[in-house]
Design a protein around this ligand. Structure first.
Ligand SMILES: NC(=O)c1ccc[n+]([C@@H]2O[C@H](COP(=O)([O-])OP(=O)(O)OC[C@H]3O[C@@H](n4cnc5c(N)ncnc54)[C@H](OP(=O)(O)O)[C@@H]3O)[C@@H](O)[C@H]2O)c1
Length: 536
């Protein structure tokens, strides 16, 4: 590369000085890394936009984040990793050198925090250094700057209770600002370097490690072994598989044998619906427990969507041993994919199993819940708001809307064999069309009330009071319970024609995100053509 740069990279005819050649070479390698990373993100189904700005320039930071928000939606996470070194004894250091090192970390962080909304972030990671904690010769500016980052992390954690805030005091990495000469210095001092893979993995672990809320962590090349299973579980990223669960069934998910997927396409790719995830977790929980009934779930969580961006996917449901809990039984269930050593958990819940179903609670729909007209016909809602195709046209009529919720008549699902080849059972345990229609009502409510679509990601509690839903549909009432920026939470009650409660979904949460608007549109309307089409 250096030879090619010597031949073609300099416009002047004179031979560049070695330091200039080194700068040009590093610039070229950095660009190549950026291009490779963007390609990797896109191969994984993500979208990446790269902008280069001087983060010490507050106006440039504000304008860039505003542009990003406009084109991609709210900013959920911020990783602040800009940094430069000017290692010298204090006597030899100029004010400009000090300011460059200090401002690149500290002034830029102030600009970034000023440019995000108080409730916008779900995570904030600051790349600090062990120099901030322990000092290092020649680094008075760098040490001070990193220690400021550590303190700002503490303050931000108290200001942003729903955001995972962490400052990581990294030891030296095997790359980046650690040049080969610096690496030799560290080796002489007995300090090992962090491999790029282990460092990247540690960052993800720290972002997922929410329970202790530690805001400053020190990470060096030797990472301590977790003391027990519990610690190991806490240190896992959210989508890492939990230990101690055994597989009960496997299924290859493909569009040929699962026709319903053609009606559940987001961003051009078929995506396994949350309602079917829930149904399959129920099958898993009952698999080794014949004679019990599915009473519902607690803490149903979507960890990572199952997206068929690369052809069929092999899924399996894994379960824990059954436990007694008061009057019922509990089983931990997960939907997973991937090889054993790199399993990904896509959804997780605690299934509630019962010997007899409980009596349904009474329910009276709040009188003002449906006082306004929704303003879209069902056809228009499916055409202009929702992404769901014919298999998931579960909403029959929208009976009314208000700022407190929405009410609809929803259809029952046909037998499982109409949706897929070789279904696991001849009848559904719940009713995935009724559940999905309830989730669609959340999207419709967000669209009308907030002008923005959403996707369901969490359910605190699902309970069903019947082992067979009526075949002629039910009435569903969604009551909004909480609304914070980018997240709406509500309860849905499903009742039959006589007003008997059949099921309740409590504390279900939808993530509200304007960037989903494009993903919801059928691909034919976007550039790039259609990757899949509706078969029915
Ligand atoms: N590598 C380590 O061993 C180590 C150890 C402890 C902490 N850290 C911290 O980890 C972070 C990344 O370090 P690294 O090793 O990856 O260093 P690096 O390879 O030198 O990268 C530093 C990055 O900061 C960017 N940057 C510098 N000044 C900027 C400015 N004014 N505006 C916008 N971007 C700016 C650079 O962008 P350009 O390439 O466009 O200039 C570059 O992408 C730093 O904050 C560092 O303090 C690193």
């Amino acid at each position: 590369i250096k030879r090619a740069l010597l031949e073609h990279g300099f416009t002047h005819h004179e031979t560049p000085a070695p330091p200039d050649l080194e700068v040009a070479y590093r610039h070229h390698i950095a660009n190549r890394e950026v291009a490779d990373t963007i390609a990797g993100i896109e191969r994984a189904g993500g979208r990446a936009v790269y902008r280069s700005i001087d983060v010490r320039d507050g106006e440039a930071v504000a304008t860039t984040l505003a542009d990003i928000r406009r084109s991609l939606g709210p900013i959920h996470g911020l990783i602040h990793a800009a940094g430069v070194l000017e290692d010298r004894w204090i006597d030899d250091k100029t004010v400009e050198q000090f300011a460059r090192v200090f401002d690149t970390k500290v002034a830029s962080l102030r600009h970034l925090l000023e440019a995000v909304e108080p409730e916008e972030l779900a995570f904030l990671a600051l790349f600090s250094s062990v120099s901030g904690r322990f000092g290092r010769q020649g680094q008075v500016d760098y040490a001070m700057a990193n220690e400021v980052l550590n303190k700002v992390a503490q303050r931000q954690a108290s200001l942003r209770p729903s955001c995972r805030v962490v400052a990581i005091d990294w030891g030296p990495w095997d790359g980046g600002m650690v040049t080969p000469a610096l690496k030799r210095d560290f080796a002489r001092a007995g300090v090992g370097v962090i491999s790029l893979k282990a460092g990247a993995r540690s960052l993800l672990d720290e972002l997922a490690y929410t329970e202790t809320r530690a805001t400053e962590v020190v990470i060096g090349d030797v990472l301590p072994e977790p003391a027990d299973d519990d610690a190991a579980r806490r240190a896992q990223p959210a989508s890492a598989a939990q230990p101690g669960l055994s597989p009960v069934f496997e299924r290859r998910l493909d569009i040929d044998r699962h026709a319903f997927l053609n009606s559940h396409v987001i961003g051009g790719y078929p995506v396994l619906p949350v309602a079917v995830m829930q149904e399959w977790l129920g099958h898993g929980a009952l698999h080794d427990n014949p004679g019990l009934l599915l009473g519902g779930f607690a803490e149903f969580r979507v960890l990572k969507g199952v997206i068929l961006s690369n052809g069929p996917r092999d899924l399996r449901v894994v379960v824990s041993k059954i436990r007694r809990h008061d009057e019922c039984f509990e089983v931990d269930v997960e939907l997973r994919s991937g090889p054993d050593e790199e399993e990904t958990a896509h959804a997780r819940a605690r299934a509630i199993l019962l010997s007899t179903l409980p009596t349904a609670p009474d329910y009276t729909q709040p009188p003002r819940l449906n006082e306004e007209n929704y303003g879209y016909s069902v056809d228009a809602a499916y055409r202009e708001v929702l992404f769901h195709g014919p298999y998931f046209h579960g909403i029959e009529s929208i009976d009314g809307y208000s700022s407190d919720g929405i009410v609809a008549h929803v259809r029952s699902a046909p037998p499982p064999a109409d949706w897929m080849d070789d279904p696991l059972r001849t009848a559904w345990l719940g009713d995935p069309l009724i559940v999905d229609a309830g989730l669609q009502m959340g999207i419709l409510w967000c669209h009308k009330a907030l002008g923005c679509v959403s996707l369901p990601t969490f359910g605190a509690r699902y309970r069903q009071y019947t082992d067979a839903f009526p075949t002629d549909g039910v009435v569903a009432a969604l009551e909004i319970r909480e609304q914070i920026p980018h997240r709406v939470t509500g309860d849905i009650t499903f009742v039959d024609a006589s007003g008997t409660v059949l099921a309740r979904m409590e504390g279900y949460a939808w993530t509200v995100d304007p960037s989903l608007r494009d993903a919801f549109r059928p691909l034919v309307a976007q550039s790039g053509g259609s990757r899949t089409s509706d078969a029915r």
